[in-house]
Design a protein around this ligand. Sequence first.
Ligand SMILES: [Cu+2]
Length: 107
Amino acid sequence: MPRPGILAALSLAVAFAALAAPAEAATIEVTIADMKFSPAAIAAKPGDTVTWTNKDFVAHTATARDKSFDVMVPAGKTASLTVDAAGTFDYFCKFHPMMKGSIAVGE
Ligand SMILES: [Cu+2]
């Protein structure tokens, strides 16, 4: 039989381990169809991943206006980006500049 003091120390250690675990990173899905990003505006937290799924038959890109990212999304494929800097990032498609989206990365 372990002494009660040891059990208490063990459960405290488990509680601290749970507290120290980083917040679960999320994946935010953006669909590209009919030459549009949907949803066009998304919100994320640093460490989250944005995944674009291109349902069109032509390639698209998610290209940041401030050049901080440039993601190629081939026809029928997915591509991902992990965001780490806070801020609002407007992006567009290099091939079809009328296609626009934005990612608001907050703390
Ligand atoms: Cu495009």
